[in-house]
Design a protein around this ligand. Structure first.
Ligand code: C2O
Ligand code: CU
Length: 534
C-alpha cells in the first residue's frame, strides 16, 4: 500500500470520529416534530428525543483519488458540506471514494440537498431508514444531471449502522460500483449508557470488491452477460476503498461496524486464527445480548457489528479478518452463481484476506463487553394478519431474467398481491426454490443463485428458514454464519431455501420497493413495488 493511501486510510478509520454529545432529551410527541408526514403508529417510538436539525449539501460527482501508487483512479463520490447544525454530524472518509458518514441521534431532523453532478440520473436511497416514500429514493424520483433533490425527514430508527447509495433504475450497480455509498450511523438513548467503544475505537468498515485495469481504473461488467447474470465479482478486495487494508490498533476493545457494500459478493467472515466472532448488532442495530459465531455470512447490503477485543493480544501481533472458502453455488444441478463459469479470478467462495489489524500498545481504557445490549420488541407470529397464509414471493431465474413471482420491475406497477395495510404485521416468505430453466435450452438451465432480499421502509425479524432436500450443501457451509436474532432489512435467501420474516408496516403509507440486493439482479429487474395503504 503506498504511503499516501495508508495515511489517509488511518485518518478515515476513525481519527476525527468525534464522540457524540447527546443533548438533554426533551420528550415531545413525534407528530409535532415530523418534517413531512408523522409516523402513524410509532410503537416502540412513541416519544423520541429532540435534537438539533442538520442540513447538508451533498453533491454526487466525479473525482480522482490515489488508490494505488501511480495513476489516480477516476471515481464517483459524494461530497458533503454542512449548511446548518453540528459539523461533527458529518465525517468524511478522507482518501476514500466512500462516504460521508452521517452521525445522527435518533429523533433528529435531517435535511439533505442532493445535487447531481453525474452524467446520468441519480437518487439516494437511505437503506434501512424508516422514512416516507418521497424520501426513500424510489427510482421514479431520480433527478437529471444538474438537478437537485431535497430530502427532509426525521430519524426514528433505533441506534445502528444504516447506509445510503444511489437507486436510479438500471444504474444502481454502476453508480455504487464507481464509488457512491456512504454510512448513516444512528445513536440513541438506549445505546449511550452502554459505553461501547467510541471515537477511534468505533470503526466503520465497508467491504467491497472491484476490478482495476493496468492503468488503475475500475472496470465494471467486463464479462458482459455472465457478470449480469451472476452479479459482478471483482478481483481486488477493498476496505473503505483501500486494497490490502491494514490498520494499527491498540490492544483494546473495538466496535467494528461492517457493511457488505459489494455489488454481489457474499463473504464468509472469520478471524484467521479461528477465534469466534462476537456479534453485537445487525442491520437494524444492537442485539439483545452479544452472540458468537465461528464465521459470519454477510451478503450485499447487510451489516454486522463486531466486538473485537485486541486487549489480550501481544503488541506486534496481527489479527486478520478473512473470508473463508465455501463451495460457491454450483452444487448439484447448478453450475453458475460463482462456480466454474464465473468470470472473476476470485469466484464467490474463494478465500482471501480482508483486513489486517496490527496490535500495538495497551490503551488506558478498558471497556468491558456488556452482557445485555438492548431490548428488542419481538413480533409474535400469532399477531400476523396472514399467519395462516404467508405472503409468498417466488424467486426464480428464467433464462437470463431474474423474477419475483414471475414478474420484473415496472416503475409504477403494483400487483394485487403487493398491497399491504398500514399497521399490519405480516409474514413474508421468500422462496428461492426454482433454479429456473423453464423453457430454456441446454446449458443455462437450473441456475442456483443466492438472493439477498431487501425491503424498503421497514425493519423486520427473521421467523425461520427451511432448506429443500437436495439443496443442503450451500446451507451447510453458510447457515451457521447467519445472525437472524435482531432487526434486519436485508436477508440472504440461499438456493433451495425459504426464509420467512415478520414485518410490520408501521410508519408511513406509500409505495416502497422490495428487491434483490445483488445489484446486477436488481438492475436487471429483480425488484418490485409494494403499496402500504393507509
Ligand atoms: Cu440498499 Cu433498494 O437498496
Ligand atoms: Cu438476486
Amino acid at each position: 500500500m503506498n504511503k499516501l493511501v495508508r495515511r489517509d486510510f488511518i485518518k478515515l478509520m476513525g481519527i476525527g470520529a468525534g464522540t457524540l454529545t447527546l443533548s438533554a432529551c426533551r420528550l415531545i410527541p413525534p407528530a409535532s416534530l415530523a418534517p413531512t408526514t408523522a409516523p402513524v403508529n410509532s410503537t416502540p417510538f412513541a416519544a423520541v428525543p429532540v435534537s438539533p436539525s442538520l442540513a447538508v449539501d451533498l453533491t454526487a460527482g466525479p473525482a480522482t483519488l490515489p488508490i494505488f501508487s501511480g495513476a489516480k483512479t477516476s471515481v464517483w463520490r459524494y461530497q458533503a458540506s454542512v449548511r446548518e447544525g453540528s459539523a461533527e454530524s458529518i465525517q468524511s472518509l478522507s482518501g476514500s471514494y466512500l462516504g460521508p458518514i452521517f452521525r445522527i441521534e435518533r429523533g433528529q431532523r435531517v435535511q439533505v440537498r442532493l445535487k447531481n453532478e453525474l452524467p446520468d440520473p441519480t437518487i439516494i436511497h437511505w437503506h434501512g431508514l424508516r422514512i416516507p416514500e418521497e424520501m426513500d429514493g424510489h427510482p421514479r424520483y431520480a433527478i437529471a444531471p444538474g438537478a437537485s433533490y431535497e430530502y427532509d425527514f426525521q430519524v426514528i430508527n433505533r441506534a445502528g449502522m444504516y447506509w445510503f447509495h444511489p437507486h436510479p433504475h438500471g444504474l444502481t450497480g454502476a453508480q455504487v460500483y464507481y464509488g457512491l455509498a456512504g454510512l448513516f450511523i444512528v445513536s440513541d438513548e438506549e445505546e449511550v449508557p452502554l459505553g461501547l467503544p467510541a471515537g477511534e475505537y468505533d470503526l466503520p468498515l465497508v467491504i467491497q470488491d472491484r476490478t482495476f485495469d493496468s492503468n488503475n481504473q475500475m472496470v465494471y461488467l467486463a464479462n458482459g452477460m455472465m457478470d449480469q447474470m451472476i452479479g459482478f465479482l471483482g478481483d481486488t478486495i477493498l476496505v473503505n476503498s483501500v486494497p490490502n487494508a491494514a490498520l494499527d490498533v491498540k490492544a483494546s476493545a473495538y466496535r467494528l461496524r461492517l457493511l457488505n457494500g459489494s455489488n454481489s459478493r457474499i463473504y464468509k467472515l472469520a478471524w484467521q486464527d479461528g477465534t469466534p466472532l462476537t456479534v453485537i448488532a445487525t442491520d437494524g442495530g444492537l442485539l439483545e445480548a452479544p452472540v458468537t459465531r465461528d464465521y459470519i455470512t454477510l451478503a450485499p447490503g447487510e451489516r454486522v457489528e463486531l466486538w473485537a477485543d485486541f486487549g489480550r493480544r501481544t503488541a506486534g501481533s496481527e489479527m486478520r479478518l478473512v473470508s473463508l472458502p465455501f463451495s460457491g453455488f454450483s452444487s448439484g444441478r447448478g453450475m453458475m452463481g460463482g462456480g466454474m463459469m464465473a468470470g472473476s479470478s476470485i469466484p464467490n467462495g474463494a478465500p482471501f484476506d480482508i483486513i489486517r489489524f496490527k496490535v500495538g500498545e495497551k490503551s488506558a481504557e478498558v471497556v468491558p463487553l456488556p452482557t445485555n445490549l438492548a431490548t428488542i420488541m419481538r413480533h409474535r407470529v400469532e399477531d400476523a394478519v396472514n399467519r395462516n397464509n404467508p405472503r409468498s414471493f417466488a424467486l426464480a431465474t428464467r433464462g437470463m431474467i431474474h423474477t419475483i413471482n414471475g414478474r420484473v420491475f415496472e416503475m409504477d406497477a403494483v400487483a394485487r398481491d403487493e398491497i399491504v395495510r398500514l399497521g399490519d404485521l405480516e409474514i413474508w416468505e421468500f422462496a428461492n426454490l426454482e433454479g429456473g430453466g423453464g423453457g430454456m435450452g441446454m446449458g443455462m438451465m437450473n441456475m442456483e443463485m443466492p438472493h439477498p432480499m431487501h425491503i424498503h421502509g421497514v425493519q423486520f425479524q427473521v421467523l425461520g428458514r427451511q432448506i429443500t432436500r437436495g439443496y443442503e450443501s450451500a446451507s451447510q457451509e453458510l447457515s451457521a454464519g447467519f445472525v437472524d436474532d435482531g432487526w434486519k432489512d436485508t436477508v440472504l435467501v440461499l438456493p433451495g431455501e425459504r426464509v420467512q420474516v415478520l414485518v410490520r408496516f408501521e410508519d408511513y403509507a406509500g409505495t416502497f420497493l422490495y428487491h434483490c440486493h445483488n445489484l446486477e439482479h436488481g438492475d436487471a429487474g429483480m425488484m418490485r413495488n409494494y403499496n402500504i395503504e393507509g
